[in-house]
Design a binder for this molecule. Structure first.
Ligand code: NOJ
Length: 667
């Protein structure tokens, strides 16, 4: 299906939204007039500032780069040309959290050239949207014929006010799989993006990047006061970016909301990516899936060949029977191949095979069995971050899946560094993840990355980029101290701003009784259901063991809840405390609601004004049973039904670490 452009496509030279105050100063304002970027060349150095209404968000901040041999690409400039355009279109997502997305901005491009020796040119493009601003650097082909080595990026973000920053650390062993903490901006060290800040000026601000191609990703370093600086993730030799002749940086994005929930319904990052490039997206479909997976994480089964190996032909067929019986169509099987050892997760150049099955597992037989049952197998490639090995075999591995008629592959990259050498987030990793994504498209495979580079919106350009992990997921509850209840009320406002997450929700047996008995999910089973709405992903796992779903009435919610939406509304949210999300199904008239709380119990009054005012709905409510919370009877879900209308207010009680999931079925 080719992406359809809808309603309007307007591209015209500047009429509104721009101004020039004095020589060397230019402004670009968002279509609603609220967000403004001011550009100025101050003593030959480019500077930018950002305002929201009258509120100064970013005071004049630095721009540019440092190249090899200490060559400064951040000063000695003069302005050669200035261009302004306005753009307004509504485009349709192949799949997503919202079907039609408005992309409306004013753009200012400033072409600069250095006056000294090399006369280097640099173009800076600014876009002002109603939901934030962004800028990027374009280094055009020019007379200086040399390879470009970027040694540092000079961009700073001088926050006018301090604020509460929700952060995770950069350059750590477990990549981005850390628990978010909150701290004043002024006390941060080096952090990953998205970095979300509740500013003292009352705004919610999030820093991230969009359309990251052949460049290093950025972390943010606190330098002085409330100044953050772009920190390009380096190659092992310290160079930040190496390119030939020309480069285009990712967009440095600053999303601005009047409340935190506005950040979630901002589509600025997607809008800054190029339209769909895939001619064929017929194989890319949202779905829900089971897996031979949680059993390995809780230690009931092993990934490797052993008496308790999870991936056997026999178990695969049993899981397929269960999947088909319950009316689902997708199954992930990990540990199906040769190369797994009990030390598979340690830093080591592991030698996984991507073509040879484990002795107990017959891939062809399993796939053929699935075909009879209408259950598709999701492929799995764990690279162990040994990309030397993977890149040798990936074509054969993908070809095997294609031959079998498979259309999805999960690809894992456990390890602190790629090839035990390069950071996942450096230019090497950025290029690797894009290379594999494009290759997968050639084999009609949709991709689910684990231990990946952060998402910068490439799903718009390559809709076969389904989902990724890139944060601390459910698995931590199976083998560590687990995720505290507030984790789930933080990630919608932080990690999830970058794109879909394969959190793997749906654990009904929240207190693990087999394998690692004593480990647990720090929340209620009703909260697990609500996550299918509060966490957006086009593919969602139902992570628990089949035996924990068997005969449970709440499984009905998992059967009903879609993973492709017409629209999304954040009804309320306080970072780290609670969130209530409503989404409309893309393929029916039904709405769904998920509300969750941190460790504190909560009474919520939900105004149902998002429903069609001319209709009546049956609310099918899956709530924490009376007296239920994280430690009291956490697995008990109370299911009830109620007839409701848009004018109603629904009163809900959430136990500590609890939640409620609702389907509003149009009558
Ligand atoms: C970590 C991934 O997050 C998880 O989903 C997978 O099961 C293991 N690695 C094994 O590859």
């Amino acid at each position: 299906m080719i992406q359809k452009k809808l309603i309007t496509l307007l591209l015209f030279a500047a009429i509104t939204g721009f101004s020039q105050n004095k020589k060397n100063t230019f402004e670009v304002v968002s279509p609603d007039g609220k967000n403004k970027v001011k550009f100025e060349l101050v003593k030959n150095a480019p500077k930018y500032a950002v305002l929201h209404g009258k509120t100064e968000v970013i005071t004049p901040s630095d721009m540019g780069f440092l190249l090899k041999d200490n060559e400064n690409l951040s000063t000695d400039f003069e302005i050669k040309n200035v261009q302004k355009i306005s753009f307004n279109e509504t485009w349709q997502q192949v799949w997503g959290e919202k079907k039609n997305i408005k992309n409306h901005y004013n753009q200012l491009s400033v072409e600069l050239q250095q006056k000294g020796k090399n006369r280097r040119k640099l173009e800076i493009q600014f876009r002002a949207f109603n939901d934030g601003v962004a800028f990027r650097y374009v280094y055009p082909k020019q007379n200086v014929k040399d390879s470009i080595f970027i040694m540092d990026e000079k961009t700073t973000f001088n926050l006018k006010e301090d604020g509460k920053a929700w952060w995770i650390p950069a350059y750590r062993e477990n990549r981005d799989e850390y628990l978010f903490k909150d701290a004043p901006v002024s006390t941060l060290d080096t952090v990953l993006t998205p970095l979300t800040i509740e500013s003292k000026n009352g705004l919610a601000i999030s820093f991230h990047e969009a359309n990251l191609v052949d460049f290093a990703s950025i972390n943010l370093i606190k330098t002085k006061g409330t100044q953050l600086k772009a920190d390009l993730v380096p190659w092992a030799d310290g160079v930040k970016v190496r390119v030939k002749e020309t480069f285009t940086s990712s967009w440095r994005t600053i999303q601005i909301g009047e409340k935190p929930g506005d950040l979630i319904t901002s589509y600025l990052i997607l809008n800054l990516n190029d339209p769909n490039k895939l001619a064929n997206t017929s194989y890319v479909k949202p779905y829900k899936y089971f897996g031979i997976w949680w059993g390995m994480h809780i230690g009931k089964y092993s990934f490797w060949e052993s008496d308790i190996q999870g991936a056997t032909t026999k178990r695969a067929k049993e899981y397929m029977d269960f999947t088909a019986k319950e009316g689902f169509h997708h199954l992930l099987i990990e540990g199906w191949n040769k190369g797994w050892t009990p030390q598979w997760y340690e830093n080591h150049m592991h030698m996984f095979s991507f073509t040879k099955s484990a002795d107990n597992f017959d891939l062809e037989e399993v796939v053929a069995y699935g075909k009879k049952k209408n259950v598709a197998l999701i492929g799995y490639h764990e690279t162990g971050s040994n990309l030397i090995n993977y890149l040798k075999e990936v074509d054969e591995g993908f070809a095997l899946y294609k031959k079998m008629g498979m259309h999805s592959v999960k690809i894992g990259h456990v390890g602190s560094k790629l090839n035990m050498k390069e950071w996942h987030f450096g230019q090497f990793g950025v290029n690797y993840f894009r290379y594999i994504l494009e290759k997968a498209a050639q084999y009609d495979l949709a991709v689910l990355y684990h231990e990946s580079i952060k998402d910068t919106g490439e799903r718009r350009t390559f809709p076969n980029m389904l989902s990724r992990e890139a944060a601390r997921g459910q698995e931590y509850n199976a083998w560590s101290e687990g995720n505290p209840p507030n984790h789930l009320t933080i990630i919608p406002f932080t990690r999830l701003l970058s794109g879909p997450m394969d959190f793997t929700p749906g654990i009904f047996d929240v207190e693990v009784k087999q394998g690692h008995a004593g480990k647990r999910v720090h929340g209620t089973a009703a909260q697990q259901l609500a996550l299918y709405v509060t966490i957006y992903a086009p593919i969602q796992m139902m992570a628990d063991l089949p035996e924990n779903y068997e005969g449970k009435p709440a499984l009905q919610f998992l059967k009903d809840v879609p993973t492709d939406w017409e629209d999304t509304k954040i009804l309320e949210g306080k970072i780290g405390e609670y969130i209530t999300t409503a989404r409309k199904d893309r393929n029916s008239a039904d709405w769904y609601l998920g509300t969750i709380t941190n460790e504190k119990a909560r009474d919520v009054n939900v105004a149902l004004s998002f429903l069609d005012p001319n209709a009546t709905y049956e609310a099918q409510i899956y709530a924490d049973a009376e007296g239920t919370d994280e430690t009291h009877n956490p697995a008990e879900i109370a299911i009830s039904k109620k007839t409701v209308k848009a004018s109603d207010i629904l009163k809900l009680h959430l136990g500590g670490a609890g939640g409620t999931a609702i389907r509003f079925k149009k009558l």
